[in-house]
Design a protein around this ligand. Structure first.
Ligand SMILES: [Zn+2]
Length: 245
C-alpha cells in the first residue's frame, strides 16, 4: 500500500516545485515622512504607479509630519522588516543623530531584506559620524545642487533596472544630489552633470549590502517628478529587481 502512495507523493512534490516561485505579490513596505516634500502625494503616486509593472501589495507608514528628527516607532521592533519582501525608504529626518536607532534599520537590511532608497533618504541621518547608513545606501551625499531639469545619461544599459529606459531622459524640475563617494559594492547605472561644477554624479545605482540588494535614486524631489511615467518606471523596476523579481 505504501509503495502506491510514494509515486503520488513524488508527483505532488513535483507539481508544488513547478509552481513559479514569484507568483505571489511582492509585499512592500513604504517608510515615508519628514521634511521638505509632499509625502502624501509621493506615496499615492508610488503605490498607484508601480501597479502597472507588477503585483505589489503595500503597507505605508507615513510618520513624523514635517519634522527633521522624528523617529519611526516601527523600528523598535527587532523584527520590523520580516513581513516584507522589500522596504522603500523615502524618509527625510536629516537632523536625527542617533547611531543606535539607525542600526535598528540597517540590521534588518543586513539580515537580508532588500531596499529601495529615494531622494531624501540619502540626506536623512546625515549628521552621523558613523558610515553605517551610507554603506547601506551605497553612496555618501550631504548636499544638493539647485533645482533644474537634469539630463540623465545611462552608463549601464544591460541591467534589468535599465531595461526600457530611454536613450535620453530629462528630469522635471528636481535636485541634483552631490555624491561624495560611491561605495565599493555600489554600481552607478545612470549619471547627471552638475551645472555648478561640471562634474558627473550617479543618480541611479544598485548596491550590494552584505549580499542584500539595494536600489537607489537621488531624484524624486517634487510632485512633477512623481507624476512622470519614466521616473515611476525606473523606481518600479528597481523595486521589482531588489525584491528578486
Ligand atoms: Zn528634495
Amino acid at each position: 500500500m505504501k509503495l502506491l502512495f510514494l509515486p503520488l507523493l513524488c508527483l505532488l512534490a513535483a507539481v508544488t516545485h513547478a509552481a513559479p516561485a514569484n507568483s505571489k505579490p511582492v509585499r512592500a513596505l513604504l517608510i515615508t515622512g519628514g521634511c521638505c516634500h509632499d509625502y502624501e502625494f509621493q506615496a499615492k503616486s508610488l503605490t498607484e504607479g508601480v501597479k502597472k509593472f507588477g503585483d505589489v501589495t503595500w503597507t505605508v507608514i507615513n510618520e513624523g509630519g514635517k519634522s527633521k528628527d522624528a523617529r519611526i516607532a516601527l523600528y523598535d521592533n527587532p523584527n520590523w522588516a520580516k513581513p516584507y519582501d522589500v522596504v522603500v525608504h523615502n524618509e527625510c529626518f536629516a537632523d536625527l543623530n542617533d547611531i543606535a536607532y539607525v542600526r535598528k534599520i540597517t540590521a534588518a537590511h543586513q539580515a537580508g531584506t532588500p531596499a529601495v532608497v529615494i531622494h531624501c533618504a540619502m540626506h536623512t541621518y546625515r549628521l552621523l559620524q558613523q558610515d553605517d547608513w551610507r554603506e547601506f545606501l551605497g553612496v555618501t551625499s550631504r548636499r544638493h545642487d539647485h533645482q533644474a531639469t537634469y539630463a540623465v545619461r545611462p552608463v549601464v544599459k544591460d541591467h534589468p533596472v535599465m531595461r526600457g529606459f530611454p536613450e535620453k531622459w530629462v528630469t522635471p524640475m528636481d535636485e541634483l544630489y552631490i555624491i561624495e563617494k560611491l561605495w565599493p559594492k555600489a554600481r552607478a547605472l545612470a549619471v547627471s552633470t552638475s551645472e555648478a561644477d561640471g562634474k558627473e554624479y550617479p543618480v541611479i545605482w544598485v548596491n550590494d549590502y552584505h549580499g542584500t540588494r539595494i536600489f537607489g535614486t537621488t531624484y524624486g524631489h517634487g510632485n512633477v517628478t512623481w507624476a512622470d511615467p519614466i521616473y515611476l518606471g525606473i523606481v518600479a523596476r528597481g523595486l521589482l529587481w531588489a525584491a528578486g523579481r
